[in-house]
Design a protein around this ligand. Sequence first.
Ligand SMILES: [Zn+2]
Ligand SMILES: [Zn+2]
Ligand SMILES: [Zn+2]
Length: 315
Amino acid sequence: MPPKLDINKAGWEQSDFPILCETCLGDNPYIRMTKQEFGKACGTCARPYTVFRWNPGAQSGSRQKSTVVCQTCAKVKNICQTCLLDLEYGLPVQVRDTALGLERSAPTSDINREYYAQNHDGKDQGTEGARKAAGAGKEMLKQLARTDPYYKRNRPHICSFFVKGNCTRGDECPYRHEMPTEGPLAKQSIQDRYHGKSDPVARKILAQHADSQGLKPPDDASITSLFLTSLPASATDTSIRTVAVNSLPFLEPDAIRSVVHVAKTRCAFVNFTTRTSAERAAEAWANGLDVDGERVGVRWGKAKKAAAPKAAAAA
Ligand SMILES: [Zn+2]
Ligand SMILES: [Zn+2]
Ligand SMILES: [Zn+2]
């Protein structure tokens, strides 16, 4: 008799080997994985999937790891099923998508997600995005990429008793005896990390990178403009706006209040409606912006001089 198809399990995922980054896989060549069919609900789509558990490096005192999202969801975003970092760059989804100007929305219905994943097998969003990505965004990812395995991430969790000052296990304690240094960074939700929004780790990486590129947000919070330099002669108000809007898909199109192009000096001001939008844009454009195939410089705008003193000086 042929096996009966269990209609209740239609759409549940079975797999033989997880999609993992090198770090999560670990440095132990004799890795032993346990596999549990429909062992858990996926952390993002909630469908039951095949859960894998293993110890990435028994000798170095690593903790046991397990997959937290299903394979379909991982493929859609080109990420590791365990750490949710991009498989190519080792970076949070939010960092990758900001740099590449990728749309953050992943398919939300099950059917769409399946379809999307099937169509993206082997040509996932990450690489597809990278191919069409403007040079500046790609350059930014290369600078930020963590491509070597980073096994420290596999260490045991910090001992919660030690943090409270009352662990009695001493040297026998399997957890780490050190104080946590990254408070809010530990409070990350799988959903936010997966969808690439409100991810505190990504926020920190992006802000630090913008700082390092000379785009530290000015102290004067009334400044909400970015200044573009060395624009190509072909640039117009419209073409600059189009490039800006397309490279910032995570902002509402009306986040850009206006574009003021000064053709004579090949400069332009991009004025944002809010300071937050301007900061997100500065992070996305940390390595410059590509307009009509040319790399354009990005700087923060200067504070508007109050009109009154000027009039007074003229008088
Ligand atoms: Zn899933
Ligand atoms: Zn991983
Ligand atoms: Zn302890």
